[in-house]
Design a protein around this ligand. Structure first.
Ligand SMILES: [Mn+2]
Length: 436
C-alpha cells in the first residue's frame, strides 16, 4: 500500500490558503522522501522582506502577503457566488493573454459551481488567435452588438472582466443597463478609473494576465491534472498568452518565468508549435505588401499608410508593423489604414506602432502625436515597445460607391496622419500638408 503523500494538510492543522498552496508544491513529487526542514520551509509563510531577495526553490513563485490575500479574497468571493452564472467579458479584439486567462478563470469558477460564458463583441482577427481557439477548442463565443437584443441577460448574476477593465468592450454599456454587477476584475493594464467591482486584482507591473492566473493555479485554486485534456490545452493556451504578452519571453520578468516553469509541467509543446505556425491569410499578406510599397523611412522611422481594410482584417496592421520594424536601420514602424465596419457603417483610422528603441515610449509618443478628442480621451496609447491608435472619421465616416471620392478621403487622412507623425520625427523641419 502506498503511504499517504506528505502534504502540508496532513502536517498542520492550519487550513489557510497557504497550506493549500504548499500541497501542490509537495505533491509534485509524491513518492520522494521529504526532509522535515523542507516541509517546514514550505509551510512557513513567506515574509515580505524575503520575497525578492532570497532565491525561491526551483518551482516556487515569489508570493507576497498581498498576493496570498488576493487568493484568499477571490476564494471567498467565488464561494459567495456558488451556483451563479457569470459572463466573462473579453476585450473586443481578444488576444492570447485574454483568451487563456479567461478560460482559466472559467475553470476555476467551475470548481465553485459557477458556470461562465466567455464572450467578446468584436473580431478574432489574428491567425494565431483563430488557430488557438480552434486547436484547443477554447470555449469562447462572439456576441456581436446586434445579437444582444435576442439574448437573455437575466440569466447572469455577475460578470468577470479578465485582461481588461471594461473600457475596451462594447458590451459593457448593455450589461450595465441590464443591471449585471461586476463581480471580478483581473487585469494588468493601469487602472482605468473608477469601477465598482466586488473583487479587483489589478497589477500594472505584471507583464501578462496569464501570469496572474497561473499564480492562482499554483496557489491551489485549481489543481491541474496531466490526465485532463482540457487542463493540458488550457495550460498550453496560458503558455501562449504569457509568451505573447512578453514578446516571446524576451521581456519576461522573474514571475513570468516562474509561471512558465510551472506550466511546463502540463502544456503540450507540439500543440503550441501548431498554434505558432498558423499561416497568414491572403488579406494579411496583401496589407503587408501595401505597407512595404508605401513606406517612407526617415530618421529610422518607417511609416506606411495601407489604405482601406475590412474590419475583419484589422489585425493585419500590427502584423505589418511587426514586419516593417525588422528592416535594417529602422527602429520604429508605424502602419495605419482606414478600417471599415460595413455592418455599422463606421470608419476609423486604425494604426499600430512597434519599436526596438528602448528610449522611445510608445504611449507618450502616440499621445503627443495625435492628442485627444473633445472629451479629453486620447486617440492612442501603448505599453512597452508597442502602441496603437484609433481615430474616428466622424462626419466623414461612411462607405461610398465613388472610387474617386474614397481615394480623395484616404489622401486627406493619409496626409494628416503623416504630418502629425513627421512633426515629431523631424522636429526641426516644417511640414506643410506633410508634403514638403
Ligand atoms: Mn494582456
Amino acid at each position: 500500500m502506498q503511504p499517504e503523500p506528505i502534504t502540508s494538510r496532513n502536517l498542520t492543522s492550519s487550513n489557510s490558503l497557504l497550506s493549500v498552496t504548499d500541497e501542490t508544491q509537495v505533491d509534485f513529487k509524491p513518492h520522494s522522501v521529504i526532509e522535515p526542514e523542507v516541509v517546514e520551509a514550505l509551510i512557513k509563510p513567506v515574509q515580505d522582506s524575503q520575497i525578492y531577495s532570497t532565491q525561491p526553490s526551483a518551482y516556487d513563485s515569489p508570493r507576497s502577503r498581498e498576493q496570498n490575500q488576493k487568493v484568499e479574497v477571490l476564494c471567498h468571493t467565488l464561494e459567495r457566488h456558488r451556483g451563479d452564472r457569470q459572463l466573462i467579458v473579453l476585450q473586443d479584439f481578444p488576444d492570447p493573454d485574454a483568451l487563456s486567462s479567461a478560460w482559466t478563470y472559467k475553470l476555476i469558477a467551475q470548481k465553485f459551481d459557477i458556470q461562465c460564458d466567455m464572450v467578446y463583441a468584436g473580431t478574432l482577427s489574428h491567425q494565431e488567435n483563430i488557430a488557438l481557439v480552434k486547436l484547443t477548442s477554447l470555449p469562447v463565443q462572439r456576441w456581436g452588438l446586434p445579437s444582444l437584443k435576442n439574448r437573455n441577460l437575466t440569466l447572469y448574476q455577475g460578470c468577470a472582466l479578465i485582461d481588461n477593465q471594461g473600457t475596451t468592450s462594447q458590451l459593457m454599456p448593455a450589461l450595465q443597463a441590464a443591471g449585471i454587477p461586476i463581480t471580478v476584475v483581473i487585469d494588468h493594464h493601469s487602472a482605468q478609473g473608477d469601477m465598482k467591482a466586488e473583487f479587483v486584482d489589478i497589477r500594472p507591473y505584471t507583464r501578462a494576465t496569464a501570469t496572474i492566473l497561473t499564480q492562482y493555479l499554483q496557489a491551489g485554486l485549481l489543481k491541474l491534472d496531466n490526465n485532463s485534456n482540457e487542463h493540458i490545452k488550457c495550460a498550453t493556451a496560458l503558455m501562449h498568452g504569457l509568451r505573447s504578452d512578453t514578446n516571446a519571453l524576451r521581456q519576461a520578468q522573474e514571475e513570468d518565468f516562474l509561471a512558465a516553469a510551472y506550466l511546463s509541467r502540463f502544456y503540450d509543446g507540439q500543440l503550441l508549435n501548431a498554434v505558432l505556425q498558423s499561416s497568414r491569410s491572403k488579406q494579411v499578406m496583401d496589407v503587408i505588401e501595401r505597407s512595404l510599397k508605401n513606406r517612407i523611412v526617415q530618421n529610422n522611422f518607417s511609416i506606411a499608410g495601407v489604405g482601406y481594410l475590412r474590419y475583419d482584417d484589422r489585425d493585419a496592421i500590427p502584423q505589418a508593423a511587426d514586419f516593417l520594424v525588422t528592416e535594417e536601420n529602422v527602429h520604429t514602424a508605424v502602419v495605419y489604414g482606414i478600417v471599415q465596419d460595413e455592418d455599422d457603417d463606421i470608419e476609423l483610422v486604425v494604426g499600430s506602432l512597434r519599436t526596438n528603441k528602448i528610449t522611445l515610449d510608445p504611449d507618450e509618443f502616440l499621445k503627443e502625436a495625435f492628442g485627444q478628442d473633445t472629451q479629453g480621451r486620447f486617440f492612442g496609447g501603448g505599453r512597452s515597445q508597442a502602441g496603437g491608435f484609433e481615430i474616428p472619421l466622424g462626419f466623414l465616416s461612411g462607405f461610398t460607391e465613388s472610387a474617386e471620392y474614397a481615394k480623395m478621403k484616404w489622401n486627406v487622412f493619409d496626409t494628416q496622419v503623416k504630418q502629425k507623425l513627421l512633426r515629431l520625427i523631424n522636429p526641426d523641419q516644417h511640414y506643410h500638408n506633410g508634403m514638403s
